[in-house]
Design a protein around this ligand. Structure first.
Ligand code: RTP
Ligand code: MG
Length: 137
């Protein structure tokens, strides 16, 4: 059993894709263990994307992820981290296969619809940035 933090990013929320994205995970057999709509603060965004601090795209990344509400959720299941990353598709939507979320709904790397934790360590850190223990079922 693993838990992973998924964000439907501001572009995904604007395109009305929250339900579609959750449905894909649920159809796969993964569970929604926590869920909320939230506007990320700058501080929270910088913590979330700390590994990218100093990179040329960091400023734009923080600006984008704080530009509107995101749907934050904890998705749980066997090998949930890898399963979700597979369903998301490659970081650059142009490299994402059709049938993946980014391959179906995105065209540019800066607005790629969805986030998913990339390791158990990232998942633990990222989940704590969005949810209290009692908010996770
Ligand atoms: P995410 O963290 O959002 O789930 O995406 P990811 O793991 O697939 O990709 P990551 O390397 O963690 O990058 C985080 C986000 O930064 C933007 N990015 N822009 N311009 C660029 O070269 C570039 N590289 C990354 C993307 O929006 C990516 O989702
Ligand atoms: Mg990442």
């Amino acid at each position: 059993m693993q838990q992973t933090l998924v964000l439907v990013k501001p572009d995904g929320v604007k395109k009305n894709l929250i339900g579609e994205i959750i449905a894909r995970f649920e159809r796969r057999g993964l569970k929604v263990s926590a869920l909320k709509l939230v506007k990320i603060t700058e501080e929270q965004a910088k913590y979330h994307y700390a590994e990218h601090e100093g990179k040329p795209f960091f400023g734009e990344l923080v600006e984008f992820i704080t530009s509107g509400p995101v749907a934050a959720m904890v998705i749980s299941g066997e090998n949930a981290i890898k399963a979700v990353r597979g369903q998301m598709g490659a970081t650059n939507p142009l490299d994402s296969v059709p049938g993946s979320i980014r391959g179906d709904y995105a065209l540019t790397i800066g607005e790629n619809i969805v986030h998913g934790s990339d390791s158990e360590e990232s998942a633990a850190r990222e989940i704590k940035n969005f949810f209290k223990a009692e908010e996770i079922y």
